[in-house]
Ligand binder design. Sequence first.
Ligand SMILES: C[S@@+](CC[C@H](N)C(=O)[O-])C[C@H]1O[C@@H](n2cnc3c(N)ncnc32)[C@H](O)[C@@H]1O
Length: 197
Amino acid sequence: MNGKTAVPRPIGGLQFLWAYLLNHKQTGSVVPSGRALVARMIRPVPQNYSGEIIELGPGNGTLTVRLAAKCPNARIVACEINPALARRTRTNLAAAGLEHRVEVISDSAQNLLNDRIRRGVPPADFIISGIPLANLTRPDTFELIDTIHGALRKRGMYIQFQYALVDREKIKAKFWRLRTVPVLLNIPPALVYYAWK
Ligand SMILES: C[S@@+](CC[C@H](N)C(=O)[O-])C[C@H]1O[C@@H](n2cnc3c(N)ncnc32)[C@H](O)[C@@H]1O
């Protein structure tokens, strides 16, 4: 299987729009990511990867479903702050028969990652995030980037999409190496950061 694996298209676009209308800063986008953006986000994760992947801000599970289909041996933990969207992610995973591969946690990324660090849970190889960093305050952005860094193993990869370059330097300052890839075939066009610890 690869990033183009056929899985049922996750539903919940209207719910996503509603989440945006209720809290646009937190939701960060009017629509879920498109296929090209999701493909770019999950491309670095090998199909036969059998460790743990943490996804932050799965929304309706658009990326989660594709990632779980691509990596049948991986353990995926998806952490969504909006309980309604967390439920939608679970429903979409179940519709694709992938619910047993993903643990969906309804909490903030900060709580999940800090709790893992506190409990000494082994650091993850991949952290994939759709959290709208640009909508956080500057101190909160630095804090989240620090926490993500702390929850990754050495040479582990942090993958993040954004719609603007505003936080590029903050990520670059914290990580060993950063690559920025534009994804024009998305509404709106986006950027994907690949950051290595
Ligand atoms: C731009 S959407 C991306 C959704 C999905 N990953 C996609 O690509 O379609 C951002 C998501 O992050 C969630 N989110 C925002 N802040 C969060 C936080 N601190 N912890 C966990 N999820 C968060 C929002 O509720 C929303 O579902």
